[in-house]
Design a protein around this ligand. Structure first.
Ligand SMILES: Cc1cc2nc3c(=O)[nH]c(=O)nc-3n(C[C@H](O)[C@H](O)[C@H](O)COP(=O)(O)O)c2cc1C
Length: 224
C-alpha cells in the first residue's frame, strides 16, 4: 500500500480474531518501527512483547485488577495523565467517544455499559499480541514524543501487513500494576500499550471511522 493510502484508510481496531500473528511478520513490523528517528538517536523506547498465552494471562490479571480498582484514586500512572480538554479539543474527544458508543449501541447515559467498553482495553480487545511500550523515566517529554513516533510507525507497519492495531493509553493509566506484573524496573515508565492482530471486521466496535479537522484549523502559516 502506498503511504498516503495507508494514512487515509488507517484506523484503530477494537475487535480482533483470535488467530496468532506469524513471528516473522511481527519481527518485520518491529524492525520497520525501529527505524524511527529520535532525539540524538537515543531510541528511548523499550517494548515488552506478549503473544498467545502470555497476552491472555496479562489480560486476565489486568481485567481483574481494574474491575476491582475502578476509581480515579486507584490509578497508578507513571506519566502525567492528560489534563483538562476544552473547546474544539473537548468536542473532538467527545465525538470520538460517541462514535464508538453509537457503533456499540450504547446510550450516552448508560455509564455501566460505557465502563464495560472501557474495560475491554485491559483484555486488549481480544488481540493475540500485546505490546507494552516504556520510556526511560528520566528523559522527559521529548523522549515520550520519540516513543509516540515509534508507536505510530509500528502501527502503520502492522497495517501495511494487513494487521489491525490500537494504541492504548489505558495501559499507562494503570502503569504501576503493569510494571508489577511484568517486573519492569522503576527507571522505565509505562507509556502505553498496543494491541495487535487480525481485525474482526464484523465486530461492532470496528463499524465506524473518525473524522479529522481541516488543515486550515491546524496550520497557521507565518509570513514576513
Ligand atoms: C497515544 C494514544 C493512546 C490511545 N489510547 C487509547 C485507549 O486507551 N483506548 C482506546 O480505545 N483508544 C485509544 N487510542 C485510540 C484513539 O482513540 C484513536 O486513535 C482516535 O480516536 C482516532 O481514531 P482512529 O485511530 O480510528 O483514526 C489511543 C490513541 C493514541 C494515539
Amino acid at each position: 500500500m502506498d503511504f498516503a493510502t495507508l494514512m487515509k484508510t488507517r484506523w484503530s481496531c477494537r475487535g480482533y480474531r483470535p488467530d496468532e500473528v506469524p513471528e516473522e511478520m511481527l519481527t518485520r513490523v518491529l524492525a520497520t518501527a525501529q527505524r524511527t528517528g529520535s532525539w540524538c538517536n537515543v531510541q528511548p523506547w523499550h517494548v515488552r512483547l506478549l503473544r498467545g498465552e502470555a497476552t491472555r494471562w496479562l489480560a486476565r490479571e489486568l481485567t481483574a485488577h481494574v474491575s476491582s480498582h475502578p476509581d480515579a484514586a486507584d490509578q497508578t500512572p507513571d506519566l502525567e495523565l492528560p489534563g483538562t480538554y476544552a473547546g474544539v479539543h473537548l468536542e473532538r474527544r467527545r465525538e470520538a467517544g460517541y462514535a464508538l458508543y453509537r457503533s456499540l449501541g450504547i446510550e450516552r447515559t448508560d455509564h455501566a455499559a460505557r465502563a464495560a467498553a472501557m474495560l475491554d482495553n485491559y483484555s486488549f480487545f481480544g488481540a493475540p499480541v500485546a505490546l507494552i511500550v516504556t520510556v526511560e523515566r528520566s528523559q522527559g517529554a521529548y523522549a515520550a514524543a520519540d516513543c509516540g513516533a515509534f508507536v505510530a510507525n509500528l502501527m502503520n507497519a502492522a497495517l501495511d501487513e494487513g494487521l489491525g492495531t490500537i494504541a492504548q493509553g489505558a495501559l499507562g493509566v494503570y502503569a504501576g500494576k503493569v510494571r508489577e506484573l511484568l517486573e519492569i524496573p522503576e527507571h522505565e515508565a509505562v507509556l502505553c500499550g498496543v494491541a495487535l492482530g487480525y481485525p474482526d471486521e464484523e465486530h461492532p466496535s470496528n463499524g465506524f471511522r473518525t473524522e479529522r479537522a481541516s488543515l486550515s484549523d491546524i496550520v497557521t502559516e507565518v509570513r514576513r
